[in-house]
Design a protein around this ligand. Structure first.
Ligand code: FES
Length: 165
């Protein structure tokens, strides 16, 4: 082997080792680096959603119990239950896949997890309940969801995590 060729191969090998080390430090791993069945917060197949406030309309339009999926593309469902409205995440806690809302529950098309309208897990493989986003009523009676704020189950009773209708 010629010295120049050997030097070139060493350089390629060193670059590859550096890239792998940087990837490990950054925490990237993809599906191969994730234990099967583990909850995940990212999925390369589901693009990141824009975060921030979303005006979902007059509070009077949310009086009846239901799951409103009009903002699923922004990452949440507006759920009304027993005089309260809250914004439930529309991404699966298993692998961050967009969820489908039914009349009374929420399902994942990828591996079949089912959640209640409130976000509790009914059927695995998902293990964690769906988080909620901040929601507030404006002085003129409109509901605004803020996807930049997130409430895990232990904070669902936070006054910023629901509104009284
Ligand atoms: S991504 Fe696996 S159950 Fe939703």
């Amino acid at each position: 082997m010629f010295p120049d060729e050997l030097r070139s191969r060493r350089s390629v090998l060193a670059g590859g080792v550096a890239t792998c080390a940087a990837c490990l430090l950054a925490g990237c791993g993809g599906a191969a680096g994730r234990p099967a069945g583990a909850d995940a917060t990212t999925d390369p197949g589901s693009p990141a959603l824009p975060s921030g406030p979303v005006d979902v309309g007059p509070a009077a339009h949310f009086a009846a119990d239901r799951i409103d999926a009009r903002w699923a593309g922004r990452g949440f469902f507006v759920v009304c239950r027993s005089g309260r409205a809250f914004a439930v995440s529309a991404r699966c806690t298993h692998q961050n896949v967009p969820l489908d809302a039914g009349p009374s529950d929420i399902g994942c098309p990828r591996h079949g997890s089912v959640f209640t309208a409130e976000g509790e897990v009914v059927k695995a493989p998902a293990q964690r309940p769906l988080p909620r986003h901040a929601i507030r009523k404006t002085p003129d009676g409109r509901l605004v969801v803020d996807t930049a704020a997130r409430f895990e189950k232990d904070r669902w009773t936070d006054p910023a995590a629901f509104v009284l209708l």
